[in-house]
Design a protein around this ligand. Structure first.
Ligand SMILES: [Zn+2]
Length: 572
């Protein structure tokens, strides 16, 4: 007997029975049913990412088929007979493990074909486990196919691959296919807990969740990380240890980076990158962790009880919440999207997962049909009180009123000047409506993001005595146009106007262009109203703006219609 040796956790705790395989119940159930019913297929195809139990399950299956402690294949191999022991050790004479990457030629497979015909020496079956089978050459696949078509009754193939799409359909169709899943975080955590209990080592839940998250569904990776931590920590594993041992960037850096972003401090952010790089940290890992960090902030901000989702130490949860509150959902979605894009080149789980989560949050929380870029652009403009600056500058306009400092400040993550509160309803008066209008758009944005955004493409022409506010669309504002075609949206705007202004009660939208566009004059003039019928307020603006003479004047002086005096009305 050799002295007890240090044995890697992954090997030491490798599942030896179907029951011990973690997170692949759908597979072990099917396999055990097949064994119980005696319907053993001649070719199995195990598909799934690395380190989630394909080879382990293949060995358990081989033991189940060849265990000598029972008269027939059994769902619970004894793990003590010669066959079980040698299969577990990988040196059983009838169970041959082949690495498809290095034995991928025609001759390799022909050898297998010849050997599999020979009756097994000690077991019931001769079993070939071919790992990374997608690496076989086309010729080798052909040779394999011939064997799969006419297998000897004692021959069994277990093919394992991480890349099923590289396997010819003819091969796949001859196999029973099993898709292994990445293991969910909670399953990995309970596995790690079991191992730690037996190893008599303590660890905080946060540390275990951190390990499970970093392992991204891979049991073997999680076990290797735990292994490293046990060597390092000896008695108690903490959240901080996980970062320390894995050489990850200290958690505090992410808070610092976030604070610098909130403060608009670019220099500080670059300093942090410099510190991370000069500490020799892996930058691609760092980017993934930034992504994870902002994803966590997004979860904090959008999910009420985020503790269960994030599994961070309480002090960290507090820090995250504090920062999450300073962002808007839209800003965080934007950040997550952009960091995910940066990470995407690394083809990681976290990138795919955050992309999905972000989309869901976006679809749930941001009720707009426009692209996120447009949303951000508009919201940032709103934050700077500049949304109406899309309008042609009108020299005689008073300086823009500062935007509402109320709940709206949430929308702009970039540091925006903090203006004094101003929320009294105002008169949308002609001549200075630009400033008031900007205010209206700002408030609309805080009530309803979509309304605010679309209003940003609309410009006021004036309010008449009936309280009708006439509005024109910017050129190309197709989305705003279709948004306001819906009476619901129009109603939303009107309701807001009634509350926020003293005079505007309803709206009238001019057709799709602003009046300083000469193209307007080329469009068909509206049908004149019948004599005796008083033209509606909006109609008057529309007609005026389309009058060729007026259009020329507007264009020439970059002006706009401020007021319409109708001599017939005055005469009444
Ligand atoms: Zn056995």
């Amino acid at each position: 007997m050799t002295a007890p040796q240090y044995m890697a956790i992954a090997r030491k705790w490798r599942p030896q029975t179907f029951d011990e395989v973690v997170g692949q119940d759908h597979i072990t159930r099917t396999l055990t049913n097949a064994i119980k019913s005696g319907r053993i297929h001649h070719a199995f195809l195990f598909i799934g990412s690395r380190g989630i139990g394909k080879t382990t399950t293949a060995r358990i299956l081989a033991k189940a088929l060849n265990c000598t402690s029972s008269d027939a294949p059994t769902i619970s191999p004894c793990n003590t007979c010669d066959n079980c022991v040698s299969i577990s050790a990988g040196n059983n004479i009838d169970v041959i493990e082949i690495d498809g990457a290095s034995n991928n030629g025609v001759d390799d497979i022909r050898n297998i074909r010849d050997n599999i015909r020979m009756v097994p020496t000690s077991g019931r079956y001769k079993i070939y486990i071919i790992d990374e089978v997608h690496q076989l050459s086309p010729g080798a696949f052909n040779a394999l196919l011939k064997t799969l078509e006419e297998p000897p009754s004692h021959g069994i193939f277990i093919l394992a691959t991480t890349e099923a799409h590289k396997i010819p359909a003819t091969i796949i169709s001859r196999c029973q296919r099993y898709d292994f899943r990445r293991v969910v975080v909670s399953d990995i955590v309970s596995l790690l807990k079991k191992i730690l209990a037996k190893e008599k080592i303590k660890a905080t839940d946060e540390a275990l969740y951190a390990i499970a998250r970093i392992a991204e569904g891979g049991v073997r990776d999680a076990q290797s990380i735990l292994d490293e931590l046990i060597t390092y920590c000896e008695k108690q594993i903490t959240f901080e240890d996980v970062f320390e041992v894995l050489g990850l960037v200290d958690w505090q850096y992410f808070h610092a980076l976030c604070d610098a972003m909130l403060a608009g401090d670019v220099a500080r952010q670059l300093e942090i990158i410099e510190e991370v790089v000069s500490a020799g940290k892996d930058l691609s890992q760092f980017v993934e962790d930034i992504l994870r960090y902002y994803r966590n902030l997004l979860v904090c901000l959008t999910v009420g009880s985020s503790e269960m989702l994030l599994r961070l130490p309480q002090s960290e949860m507090d820090e995250m919440r504090k920062r999450a509150k300073r962002f808007s959902v839209v800003k965080l979605i934007r950040l997550v999207e952009q960091f995910a894009e940066l990470v995407n080149g690394f083809d990681s789980q976290i990138a795919q997962r955050t992309a999905l989560e972000t989309l869901l949050i976006q679809l749930t929380r941001v009720d707009v049909e426009v692209s996120l870029d447009t949303v951000m652009e508009k919201l940032l403009l709103l934050g700077k009180g500049g949304i109406a600056s899309n309008v042609q500058a009108v020299p005689e306009s008073p300086p823009p009123n500062p935007p509402d400092a109320g709940p709206h400040k949430k929308a702009a993550a970039a540091p925006a000047p903090q203006p004094p509160p101003q929320s009294e309803p105002e008169k949308l008066s002609l001549g200075r409506e630009e400033a008031v209008w900007r205010e209206v758009v700002n408030r609309a944005g805080t009530r309803n993001a979509a309304l605010g955004i679309h209003l940003g493409r609309v410009h006021p022409l004036g309010v008449d005595t009936d309280g009708v506010l006439t509005l024109a669309f910017e050129p190309g504002a197709e989305k705003a146009w279709s948004y306001f075609q819906k009476s619901k949206n129009r109603g939303l705007l009107e309701q807001m106007l009634q509350e926020e202004t003293t005079n505007a009660q309803s709206v009238f939208f001019l057709e799709k262009t602003v009046p300083d566009n000469t193209a307007a004059s080329e469009q068909a003039t509206p049908t004149p109203k019948q004599d005796g019928e008083k033209p509606e307020a909006g109609d008057r603006y529309r007609r005026a703006s389309k009058d060729p003479a007026v259009a020329v004047v507007l264009n020439e002086f970059r002006g706009k219609i401020v007021e319409i005096h109708d001599p017939t009305e005055n005469a009444e």
